[in-house]
Design a protein around this ligand. Structure first.
Ligand code: SAH
Length: 219
């Protein structure tokens, strides 16, 4: 894993433009999000054997039995968050780092947690991610969030949670937005807005994620 291609050729750029048009046709309207996807070379985040498929609207395996999310899902979750420059965003599930990079392009201050040590360590060798200085990465359990960096303007969970974790609600600002897939076999993408007294939620659609698991995993 991570025989990282380092070139971003005209071919890649052209395929990315096509992907952006596809996402537009699927209903993504936020120009900032579309431009971020147009900028981040998704093929850097995949094994070189998968490079030629990197701009297809599909999820792919990464290391440790995990996946890089479907581009439409990344676009949708990012659009729901309505990122403004310099907002603090907590991401649960760094995985390949692709979603974190898209958030970083929107000038968010990204705090991303990964529970699999192998995936966490892989990022230490990933220059593209290391050069995005507005991403801070943590090895830990997303159910705990990052209390010492809270509160966050936004929270994005990129693994299917069994329920909405109370600690993540606590670490969200009042008025802040969380986007989170909830469920196991049948998952629903939820948009949550924290209020003075609790939170409101609405379902945006179905979701297909690997499960959010508790505790850290060491290999
Ligand atoms: N955002 C990622 C998606 C990766 S898939 C990307 O753009 O590639 C989901 C990731 O969530 C996996 O890497 C998995 O190990 C991680 N994960 C699952 N449960 C977690 C938890 N409790 N805390 C942190 N990460 C978790």
């Amino acid at each position: 894993m991570h025989h990282l291609p380092t070139e971003d050729t005209y071919l890649h750029k052209g395929l990315r433009k096509k992907l952006v048009e596809e996402l537009r046709n699927l209903g993504i309207i936020d120009e900032g999000v579309l431009s971020a996807i147009n900028t981040v070379p998704r093929h850097f985040f995949l094994d070189s054997a998968l490079e030629r498929y990197a701009y297809e609207n599909r999820a792919f395996p990464i290391a440790a039995g995990q996946t890089i999310s479907h581009p439409f899902t990344v676009a949708l979750q990012t659009q729901v968050l309505d990122i403004k420059p310099f907002e603090k965003v907590l991401e649960v599930g760094t995985g390949s780092g692709y979603q974190a990079a898209v958030l970083a392009m929107l000038k968010a201050k990204v705090f991303s947690i990964e529970r699999q040590q192998e995936l966490f360590k892989q990022m230490n060798r990933f220059d593209y991610i290391k050069n995005l200085t507005n991403i801070k990465r943590f090895y830990g359990d997303g159910f705990e969030g990052l209390p010492s960096y809270a509160p966050f303007d936004k929270v994005i969970v990129t693994a299917a949670a069994p329920y909405v974790p109370e600690k993540l609600i606590q670490q969200l600002k009042v008025g802040g937005i969380m986007v989170i897939p909830v469920g196991d076999e049948e998952q629903h993408m939820k948009r949550i807005v924290k209020t003075d007294t609790g939170y409101t939620e609405d379902v945006i659609g179905k979701a297909y994620f690997v499960p959010m698991l508790s505790g850290k995993q060491k290999h």
